[in-house]
Design a protein around this ligand. Structure first.
Ligand code: SAH
Length: 226
């Protein structure tokens, strides 16, 4: 990326996301992502969310390490999960797995309020300072085990989990507002998981759709809670 300007880097990233969406259209049930989602991705300075030594790769369409054995997700996956969440400007959403805070920043441009949790206090602290410095003021972060959700602010209009769960955490379904979506990778840790969309209809009935195979770091220790 060193030879690209910031604007060229973003343009390259958006072009890769568009291409990947077309490649996967049969799996994801759409051939492009919504204009609101793409414009949020265009605005968030991704290079600020990766370690300084990796800035040259910030706009590549792949995950990058962020320390503590964790990763910032691939831009296409961020776009897809955000699109599946179907956010609206007045929504209050919950994210489990803050990591670098990149997905949090994207959501904060699309929603009224974002709540985000991470198990690792150091990542929560760093992401909170970064989001404040960059002017994302409608995101509240806390450290804790996201398997149990964040009941104090429930119900949420949407919930996104950016770590792989072996099963759908019941507390997250409970904390979802009727009409809302829970987007979550489900499957064995480190192997391929299914990206799932759990929809709660207006009467509270829940249906689950599987989209495509993904590979996320595990949702840690989640069976010990709840
Ligand atoms: N959304 C992030 C990527 C997250 S990587 C980004 O945009 O950068 C997955 C994150 O989930 C890691 O930071 C990890 O610490 C966190 N995590 C793992 N298990 C968790 C749990 N049980 N509760 C909350 N966070 C968890």
């Amino acid at each position: 990326m060193s030879l690209l300007t910031h604007a060229q880097g973003i343009e390259q990233m958006l072009a890769d996301i568009r291409t990947e969406a077309l490649y996967t259209r049969d799996l994801i049930g759409r051939d492009a992502f919504g204009a609101r989602v793409m414009s949020a991705l265009a605005k968030v300075p991704r290079e600020q969310f990766v370690p300084e030594a990796l800035r040259a790769a910030a706009f590549d369409d792949g995950p990058l390490p962020i320390g503590h054995g964790q990763t910032i997700s691939q831009p296409y996956i961020v776009a897809l999960m955000t699109d599946l969440l179907a956010t609206q400007a007045d929504h209050r959403v919950l994210e489990i797995g803050t990591g670098s805070g990149y997905q949090t920043a994207v959501l904060s441009l699309l929603c009224r309020q974002v709540y985000s949790m991470d198990l690792i206090p150091d990542l929560t602290r760093t992401a909170a300072a970064r989001l404040t410095r960059l002017g994302y003021h409608n995101a509240e972060l806390r450290s804790g085990n996201g398997y149990a959700g964040w009941p104090e602010h429930a119900p949420y209009d949407g919930i996104i989990v950016t770590a792989a769960a072996t099963h759908i955490p019941p507390a997250l379904v409970d904390q979802l507002r009727p009409g809302g979506n829970l987007v979550i990778p489900v499957g064995p840790p480190y192997l391929s998981q299914d990206l799932k969309v759990v929809h709660k209809d207006d009467h509270g009935s829940v249906t689950t759709r599987s989209m495509l195979g993904v590979a996320f770091v595990p949702l840690v220790d989640h069976e010990q809670i709840g």
